[in-house]
Unconditional design. Structure first.
Length: 126
């Protein structure tokens, strides 16, 4: 019985971490045109003291920002360039799809574990 609850815990924590990942992707997409914005990323790891998957600390992507030429921009230097963001929308779309599919897989796992638990309770009632 504890294995079913463990799988429910893993699936629920997996959905929470993927929701966090989607939140970071949406922040990155929303700030893609913000000068000087650095893309936010996170990692995942298994919590040592529980049956959960957790996100690591949110970190800033250290890739170099895109240099944009616009002499009329208030942030432009003497050469007419300013630093844009380092957000690549293609990468963000790919990350969003991966997070969505991972979320859906965890949701299916959660649902299957719930159905198995329900079936077990029905067998025990007989």
């Amino acid at each position: 019985m504890s294995d079913l609850f463990t799988s429910l815990s893993y699936a629920a924590s997996g959905m929470e971490t993927q929701a966090m990942r989607l939140r970071l992707v949406s922040e990155n997409v929303a700030n893609a045109d913000t000068p000087g914005y650095q893309r936010k990323v996170t990692t995942f790891h298994e919590a040592m003291d529980s049956d959960r998957v957790e996100t690591g600390p949110v970190q800033l992507d250290q890739r170099e920002a895109q240099s944009i030429y616009d002499p009329g921009h208030p942030l432009a230097d003497e050469t007419g360039h300013y630093d844009g963001s380092n957000v690549d929308l293609v990468i963000e779309i790919a990350d969003a799809r991966e997070a969505q599919r991972s979320y859906e897989a965890n949701l299916k796992l959660f649902d299957q574990a719930r159905q198995m638990t329900q079936s077990l309770f029905e067998l025990l009632r007989r």
